[in-house]
Design a binder for this molecule. Structure first.
Ligand code: DGJ
Length: 728
């Protein structure tokens, strides 16, 4: 059992192999946070109250003396109204207009395994023995509200997941205004805060700042996790880098509005809260109902960001992603978007597919433009029937011809959207998200369907079922190209309007859950103008996500480097696209474009027919290499050896689980005149092993690879190399 309750000390000790999370019940009333970090088994000497020094101007919990200063005590879950002036994790408004809650300890339960969350994605276990769960109950006796704080410790991985359930056991309707999934009160403020910041074409760049007094927040108010900030944050010590130092990661398994904050109090402690954004959130909880807040996955590492990421990678790859494709080699695909945009027809696509098939590509993905009258982005979303001027034999006809060519068929679709110029909108103008009497703001000339409505969800399920049951479709790219404005639903009562944001995401999850379970052979890829909704929540339904619309290799290095903080390579789609790149017009050697794609989920967007014979040969070689290394890239341990945010190069290493194979990737950004080159040290190899580099046949000991390293010249702009080492 990885969770122990020490009756005498009234302490819960939640452990993974190398970490502990310790909570004390104080005088049968308060729940105090004592420790999160290195594993502690011997609790001798652990203090009663984790606080030193006298504090004035503090309120003291009812019935306690001055030792219990509520605004500085590390609490397990902060609530508003009785003297904790830090940002509360829970805030509600009661029928009498009061907003004060007073939660006291009300029991616990420890059970084997891990429960799934109602209507929400979460990590899971395959065997009960993989994890243990602790539920601690807090009760506000006056109002009949009970909080279930749920902690789940994985036995084989250093990850602890948390979420909160609010039960209304009273009779009045309570308006929930903030329900954070996690609260951790750290004892000091000497941390850096790492966030993943970005924009369309520039997703998930790493930004790191020291904490300062006051509240530092990352959030989204867009109705999706968004391009600009991701639902992930980390607190790390000053000496922390890729290989050393303490870091705490928090990753929210949710795809909508989120809020993560680090609140440094006047007394020097830091409170981390993470959950659904409390901005414009309100949930009416009637007597007898409960509300489930999404899961946060906490990972502590004392071996830097590298180990933290590897823990996330393994957990998300094997216990968050699901379905047939989770551990499988994904079909090697070519997507026509980069090459044709809206300008294609059946014959052109067949030619495109044939050329691709000749070099080993297995699937054609038909992107935007196959339906309605869609020749530009100004119409037809919602009219999900094939445009016969482009596809005279329909989707089925195309799929049949592709099959004859030896290719399977994948399809792009944007189910959550509607164009004002569409039959769907003309028939159901009330189905889009809007507020009566207000103008409907367009973005990419489209509107968002109101997924909080049952009729809208049924419509989407219906056309998706029709497509998937007869279209010979093996893959779906589920795109979503705008964020929400005029939030609200005509079918929600006035009092429930602020439930809209969360209900939208619950609606999305319902669609994805039903469709992915009903069509288990279809590979679903997530997308939102690239990585605008690339979050842990989506991985539960889509084992891969289109990482970015930016395919220029130099930009992709940064995007994939940042994304790899949390997301495994198996989830990051990465295609060879045209050069010069359509967005930044940068020219890039084909090898480098291929090599950056090979560091994630390899594929194509480039029109293979336009490549020279020499380039076709390069592509053939890269496809061969993909066949050799995919398993190590997809399932191995990843090490970031050089950061494009800090240096003029980037380097990734993947080591297979049994350590018999290592794939080293090195990319130079700008050439450095008269440089002596950059040496990178490999990691995670078999101790005392000997490896052969496959191209040169040269042997290397583990010591040479790890302690001396491999040197790369930096003599050409955008040069790349991939070296494969096999143990002998
Ligand atoms: C945005 C996606 O990220 C692109 O790959 C492409 O599918 C376009 N949408 C199509 O509209």
């Amino acid at each position: 059992m990885s969770i122990i309750f020490d009756e005498q000390r009234q302490i819960f000790n939640i452990s993974t192999s190398n970490t502990s999370y310790i909570i004390r019940i104080f005088q049968n009333r308060l729940l105090l946070h004592l420790h999160y970090g290195k594993r502690i088994d011997n609790l001798e000497g652990i203090p009663d109250v984790p606080l030193n020094g006298s504090l004035s101007m503090s309120a003291h919990a009812a019935g306690f003396d001055g030792r219990v200063a509520i605004d500085v005590l590390p609490q397990e879950y902060g609530f508003y109204g009785t003297g904790d002036y830090r940002t509360p994790s829970f805030l509600a408004e009661y029928e009498d207009g009061s907003r004060i809650s007073d939660f006291v300890y009300d029991g616990y339960q420890i059970v084997k395994g891990k429960q799934l969350l109602n209507g929400l994605p979460s990590t899971y276990v395959e065997e009960e023995s993989e994890a243990d769960t602790l539920e601690i109950y807090l009760a506000d006796r006056l109002k009949g509200i009970r909080l279930i704080l749920r902690y789940c410790a994985y036995n084989i991985l250093d990850a602890i997941t948390r979420n909160v359930i609010v039960e209304n056991n009273g009779t009045e309707c309570v308006k929930l205004k903030s329900v954070m999934s996690v609260c951790v009160d750290f004892a000091d403020m000497y941390y850096d805060l790492t966030r993943l910041q970005g924009a369309w074409l520039r997703e998930k760049h790493i930004e790191k700042n020291p904490l300062a007094h006051g509240r530092q927040v990352i959030d989204s108010k867009r109705g999706a996790s968004g391009h600009d900030l991701s639902p992930f944050m980390a607190l790390s010590r000053k000496n922390c880098d890729e290989v050393q130092g303490e870091v705490y990661g928090f990753s929210l398994v949710y795809s909508g509005n989120f809020e993560g904050s680090a609140d440094v109090s006047y007394s020097g402690g830091t409170r981390v809260n993470f959950g659904i954004n409390s901005f414009d959130f309100g949930w009416m909880l009637n007597g007898g109902e409960c509300f489930t807040a999404p899961e946060v996955v906490m990972v502590y590492s004392d071996e830097g960001f590298g180990k933290m990421s590897r823990t996330y990678h393994k957990l998300y790859r094997t216990r968050l992603c699901r379905g047939k494709y989770r551990d499988k080699k994904r079909p090697l695909l070519i997507n026509n978007w980069g090459a044709t945009h809206y300008d294609f027809n059946e014959d052109k696509l067949i030619l495109f597919a044939r050329r691709a098939n000749e070099v080993g590509v297995e699937m054609l993905v038909l992107d935007d433009g196959w339906f309605g009258k869609r020749n530009t982005d100004n119409c037809s979303l919602g009219d999900w029937y094939a445009d016969v001027t482009k596809l005279p034999n329909g989707l089925n006809g195309l799929a049949k011809r592709l099959k004859e060519e030896g290719m399977s068929f994948g399809l792009w679709i944007e189910p959550e959207m509607v164009s004002p110029d569409s039959d769907l909108y003309r028939t159901h103008p009330e189905w889009c998200v809007h507020v009566l009497g207000r103008e409907r703001t367009l973005s990419r000339r489209q509107l968002v369907l109101d997924l909080t409505r049952n009729d809208v969800r049924e419509f989407i399920k219906d056309f998706m079922r029709r497509l998937l049951s007869k279209g010979n479709i093996s893959y779906i790219k589920w795109d979503m190209n705008r964020n929400i404005t005029e939030a609200g639903s005509q079918l929600l009562d006035k009092a429930n309007q602020q439930e809209f944001w969360h209900r939208y995401i619950l609606g999305l999850y319902e669609l994805l859950e039903e469709l992915t379970l009903e069509f288990p052979d279809v590979l679903f890829e997530g997308c939102s103008g690239g990585g605008g909704r690339f979050d842990a929540g989506m991985l539960y339904y889509c084992p891969q996500v289109w990482t970015s619309d930016m395919c220029d290799a130099a930009e992709r290095m940064k995007i994939q480097y940042g994304t790899s903080m949390v997301m495994p390579a198996s989830t990051m789609s990465s295609h060879i696209a045209e050069s010069p790149d359509h967005h930044n017009m940068r020219s890039m050697p084909l090898e480098t474009r291929a090599d950056i794609s090979l560091s994630a989920q390899f594929g194509f967007e480039v029109d293979i027919a336009t490549l020279s014979e020499n380039e076709i040969e390069i592509v053939r070689e890269k496809v061969k290499l993909y066949d050799e290394i995919w398993q190590t890239i997809q399932q191995g341990d990843m090490y970031r050896l050089a950061s494009p945010f800090e240096e003029n190069c980037c380097s990734f290493l993947y080591v297979s689980e049994d350590k018999s194979e290592a794939v080293l990737m090195f990319y130079t950004l700008m050439a450095v005149p008269n440089s002596q080159g950059r040496r990178v040290m490999l990691k995670g190899l078999k101790p005392d092993g000997v490896y052969v580099e496959q191209q040169s046949g040269k042997k290397y000991s583990t010591q040479i690879l790890e302690d001396y390293g491999i040197s790369f010249p930096e003599d050409r702009d955008f040069k790349s190399s991939i070296m494969v080492f096999k143990e002998i």
